[in-house]
Design a protein around this ligand. Structure first.
Ligand code: PRX
Length: 632
């Protein structure tokens, strides 16, 4: 974001007070800030009391920079908190998910009671496959109910899950399986994308061919014969007997009950890989008690969730942290009814979202600015035929939201009534950190406003000194928080180096931020070599490595360029090897063919989301005197 846009943002004078009716009945009242300020640790203990603990903690926080332990000595089961206790409280018939398949070809309504039975069967099935507490399970699946079931079953038996976004390539999947040393991979035969079946399992086969510790691949039948006919040229799903097992053989016949064991509050719940400034993704580790405390708290307060009446829809993918915290753990711990949609907005089907909102009377919608901008581009006229009056809170996440998109969201989706909450957080923070409270905060279009009660953030200059109101700098988190990452899987040194070495004793988020004249926070994007493409973090180095791994490439430099829809887009400057350059010469068609080849190569190496929007072939790249490529 340029300084000019910044100035414009800071002169943004529009304010939107919370609707009085919402404010009166809101879960979060203004006193929440005072309560947290008076005694932050006691405040978090009160929030932890919302969970069911099999035994209570002795110490709320042990903090030795940079390692935190929350609710030390407490024991609980994440799955019992998400599912069983609601059933025991008499909500077995309550809907947990209205699941809508891609293109609405199929739908499924899953109650808390059914979810409990499915999860128990899956827990028994995984146990039969030899999975024990502490074993890592990789999950490479589309947005189907079995994905939620698998996540919860892992949590139930204390096996940390490692969900890998289903759009990642076999190479990316392999790296994550190996780094986590996963023993079992759960996947599907195929998936539906915009109505068309595409294979999934072949990527797993390719990945696990080099993963000797993977004992089993558990496969949900999703596309069945359709994918076989459509995508595999008549071949059956490739199968390795012994290793590969069908979900319907292993899971579906299992008993529908399972006795859940309580685990330590600091037992690893999951790891989620995310891009950093090097080519190697980091396994961000989250544990149980603190994570659940903060995801449940933020989900109740930021979205003002009323579990008896709200229908909540988080339109993220389960393969990212937003899906983990706000499709699975947060809403389930609060006993919410959610919409879960397998599809994504598509030009052939521009009003699908509004149909779904109307049909299910969605009252809380949580999505990313890139999606809002896409829907905005298609025009607000598309919304007019639909009754969207059920919507009462709108959330945004993943990247800075520009004031135009914010205003459009509020005006056309929210009917000038529903507050917009712009929520800042990261894979590492586990849960929302900076956000308006819908019944308390007077919002400003494009500002994340203030740290939530119990969270301490600041903006500092190069020397780590807090900037005054009106100043800009680096966002830091100055006190530990319950859902913070506990480290990078297997790499304490990298954990210290990445987050705790830039400024002494405080967490460096990697984001630029500005405090306005009122002290409210505006997030400005990454300050390191990480790009934000449609709300997904991709490192410049990762894409450069992918390009240089192509035999025709000599050197590559990758930068994030502004993009009206995706926020940033990937632009690569590539120098090809001498003989290749000579062969191409002035032949524009040959140059174009090579560019397409390289774009596709990046897609195979990382995944289609990392495909550069633009590749410029350049005879030379600018270098510093020490020979480093100058990206700027
Ligand atoms: O740069 C910030 C941006 O997304 C990064 C975190 O990405 P990830 O770990 O993939 O998690 C995304 C979903 C939580 C941050 O460092 N970001 C996230 N939310 C916002 C944001 N930037 C500005 N405003 C936000 N609301």
């Amino acid at each position: 974001m340029s300084e000019n846009t910044l100035d414009a943002l800071l002169h943004e004078s529009r304010r939107f007070d919370p609707p009085s009716e919402l404010a009166r009945a809101a879960n979060a009242q203004p006193g929440l800030y005072d309560e947290a300020a008076a005694d932050r640790i006691a405040f978090w203990e009160t929030q932890a009391d919302w969970l069911r603990w099999e035994s209570r903690w002795q110490t709320a926080l042990e903090w030795e920079v940079p390692f935190a332990k929350w609710f030390v000595g407490g024991r609980l089961n994440a799955c019992v908190n998400a599912v069983d206790r609601h059933v025991e409280a008499g909500f077995g018939a309550k809907v947990a998910y209205h699941w809508i398949g891609d293109g609405e070809r199929d739908t499924r309504t899953i109650t808390y009671g059914e979810l409990q039975r499915l999860v128990c069967q899956a827990a028994n099935g995984l146990t039969e496959l030899g999975v024990r507490a502490g074993d890592r399970v990789a999950i490479y699946m589309p947005m189907i109910p079995e994905t939620v079931v698998t996540i919860l079953a892992c949590a139930r038996i204390g096996a940390p899950h490692n969900v890998v976004f289903c759009g990642f390539s076999a190479d990316a999947l392999r790296g994550r399986i190996l780094d986590a040393d996963a023993r079992v991979v759960v996947t599907t035969d195929g998936q539906f994308r915009r109505g068309a079946p595409t294979p999934v399992k072949p990527a797993v086969d390719e990945a696990v061919a080099d993963c000797p510790n993977v004992r089993h691949v558990l496969v949900v039948r999703r596309t069945g014969d359709i994918a076989v006919a459509g995508a595999e040229q008549g071949q059956a799903v490739p199968w390795q007997d012994g290793r590969d097992r069908w979900w319907h053989d292993v899971v579906e016949g299992q008993p529908e009950t399972h006795v859940a064991e309580a685990f330590d509050a600091e037992h690893p719940l999951f790891m989620m890989y995310t891009s950093g400034t090097t080519a190697r993704p980091k396994g961000i580790l989250h544990t149980t008690g603190g994570y659940l405390t903060q995801v449940a708290f933020t989900h109740r307060m930021v979205f003002d969730l009323k579990p008896d009446t709200d229908v909540y829809w988080c339109a993220a993918d389960i393969g990212w942290i937003t899906g983990h915290s706000y499709i699975v753990y947060g809403p389930l711990c609060n006993g919410a009814t959610s919409v879960m949609y397998e599809g994504t907005p598509h030009p052939d089907d521009k009003d699908r979202w509004w149909k779904l909102v109307e049909k299910h009377k969605v009252s809380i919608l949580y999505t990313a600015p890139t999606t809002i901008r896409t829907l905005m581009k298609w025009g607000h006229e598309l919304l007019e035929p639909y009754d969207l009056s059920s919507l009462r809170v709108l959330g945004s996440v993943g990247e800075p939201i520009n004031p135009e998109a914010w205003m459009w969201y509020r005006t056309y989706v929210g009917g000038e009534r529903a507050p917009v909450v712009d929520t800042w957080w990261q894979t590492e923070t586990g849960a929302i950190m900076i956000s308006p409270l819908p019944g308390v905060t007077s919002t400003k279009p494009g500002a994340a406003m203030q740290p939530l009660p119990g969270i301490c953030a600041d903006v500092v200059d190069n020397d780590g000194k807090p900037v005054p109101d009106g100043g800009g700098g680096y966002l830091v988190l100055t006190e530990p928080w319950p859902s913070m990452l506990r480290g990078i899987w297997g790499d304490d040194e990298r954990y210290r180096e990445t987050y705790w070495s830039r400024f002494d004793g405080v967490y460096f988020a990697g984001d630029g931020a500005k405090k306005d004249e009122d002290g409210d926070l505006w997030l400005l994007g990454r300050v390191d070599d990480v790009m934000n493409i449609s709300g997904h973090r991709i490192s410049t180095t990762e894409v450069e490595h992918a390009l240089v791994s192509h035999p025709k490439v000599a050197e590559a430099a990758v930068v994030g360029a502004a993009d009206a829809t995706t926020g940033q887009a990937i632009v690569a400057f590539v120098t090809v090897k001498g003989d290749i350059a000579a062969a191409i010469g002035d032949n524009a068609a040959a140059g174009e063919a090579l560019i397409q080849e390289l774009r596709n190569h990046v897609a195979t190496q990382i995944g289609p989301i990392a495909k550069p929007r633009q590749i410029l072939l350049s005879p030379e790249l600018p270098k510093t005197r020490s020979g480093k490529i100058m990206r700027r």
